[in-house]
Design a protein around this ligand. Structure first.
Ligand code: LMR
Length: 394
């Protein structure tokens, strides 16, 4: 039977991780996969996470199953973190998922069950795995203009023009903050215009928020999501704890639904539990438990927020330093957009050939579309990137 299987195109981000591992050069620079690194190149475990793990080890008395949607306390804590008090609890439903990707996958499956005719509208560009999962599930997809590769900012007019073609029952996928792969984000006024347009078209908005706390701050980064939540009758939110809690391999995410009323929310809740049961039964608990402990304990929470803020400010500083370095080396301000972008990524605007040239000449690994992970830089590697960019003629 297995002879009937076909090879799949490699995921570009994971393929790059492999290439980087295989490169014997000691001074190679990894700006590929979206994993935070400190100035020494390590991905540390946050102190708050370690402290919670220690408490958990001491106090956990069973590893028995928790529940199909995970621990209700995790669901409540995450709804609060993302939505604050924007929406009445009776309109909410949610389920813990294996990472943010698990939430994205469950969201698309939910959409397919609710409206088999839905088309999913995705930003051009978007996280490659969005495209891959949508294609795998056989859901029709349309791209809307998002990033202007000349200005390296959001092409908002183009976006709105394209989204005007959305049909009732379609899904518009948006990045809650820290757009991946571009780093270019909507302003609150733009979020407001998007909310109005989506409401008018009768489409469903879906938000993927995987970097809350990495852009302008924990509350600020949830601003667009909360605005949509307050304005629209329905919303889907896929969220990840991988990055903001640094618990990547623990696979901790959540899918949240907002329904028009309590009765529909109850049915949505049942469907989320059903989907978990069909796909993997009980979601992983370890990471979710740590997150719950941290969010519900004042000391741990404040420790976590301090650490997260350090991470965020560190990335902002790297952005500013890189923009300044390029300003000096090119005697122009054409890379100032790097300091304006937010989150872990920026799309530099290099061609695939230039990306390859920088890999060959300077051992710099970035995704083929010239997405760089800003957190992969430090004081030593930042000038190397700037030099490579100039040498490659970016
Ligand atoms: C990324 O975009 O690099 C991350 O979200 C990791 C991944 O799974 O692709």
């Amino acid at each position: 039977m297995f002879q009937n299987l076909k090879d799949h195109p490699a995921d570009k981000i994971l393929e790059l991780m492999q290439l980087y591992r295989e490169d014997p050069r000691e001074d190679k620079v990894d700006l590929g996969v979206g994993v935070y690194k400190d100035a020494t190149g390590k991905t540390p475990i946050m102190g708050a996470v370690k402290a919670a793990e220690q408490q958990l080890w001491l106090n956990e008395t069973t590893k028995s199953y928790v529940g199909l949607i995970g621990d209700p306390a995790y669901n409540t804590a995450m709804r609060d973190l993302i939505l604050g008090d924007t929406v009445a609890a009776e309109r909410l439903s949610s389920a813990a998922t294996p990472g943010g990707t698990g939430a994205v996958r469950q969201a698309f499956e939910l959409v397919r069950m609710a409206n088999p005719d839905a088309t999913i509208w995705v930003s051009d560009p978007t996280w490659p795995n969005h495209l891959s999962i949508i294609k795998y599930l056989g859901i029709p997809m349309v791209e809307y203009r998002y990033f202007d590769s000349t200005t390296r900012a959001v092409n908002f007019d183009g976006m709105m023009e394209d989204l005007a073609g959305v049909k009732p029952g379609d899904v518009v996928l948006l990045h809650g903050c820290c757009h991946n792969p571009t780093g270019a984000n909507l302003t609150m006024d733009q979020w407001s215009a998007v909310a109005e347009l989506i409401e008018k078209t009768g489409a469903l908005a879906m938000i993927d928020i995987a970097y809350q706390g990495f852009g302008d701050g924990l509350e600020e980064d949830a601003g667009g999501t909360r605005l949509l939540a307050a304005r629209l009758p329905e919303l889907l939110i896929a969220a990840s704890c991988s990055k903001n809690f640094g618990i990547y391999r623990e696979r901790t995410g959540i899918l949240i639904g907002i329904s028009a009323d309590a009765r529909t929310a109850k049915t949505t809740q049942g469907n989320l539990a059903f989907l978990n049961r069909q796909n993997y039964s009980f979601p992983p608990d370890h990471g979710a438990r740590l997150v719950t402990m941290i969010l519900n304990d004042q000391t741990l929470r404040s420790q976590w927020q301090t650490e997260l803020e350090e991470v965020r400010l560190g990335m902002l500083k790297l952005r500013e330093d890189l923009a300044a370095e390029l300003r000096q080396r090119t005697n122009s301000d054409r890379f100032d957009f790097i300091a304006q972008h937010r989150g872990m990524f920026s799309r530099l605007g290099a061609t695939p050939e230039q990306v390859l040239a920088m890999r060959e000449s300077h051992g710099i690994y970035m995704v083929g579309d010239s997405r760089v992970n800003i957190a992969g830089l430090n004081a030593t590697t930042l000038p190397i990137l700037a030099e490579a960019m100039v040498a490659a003629g970016v």
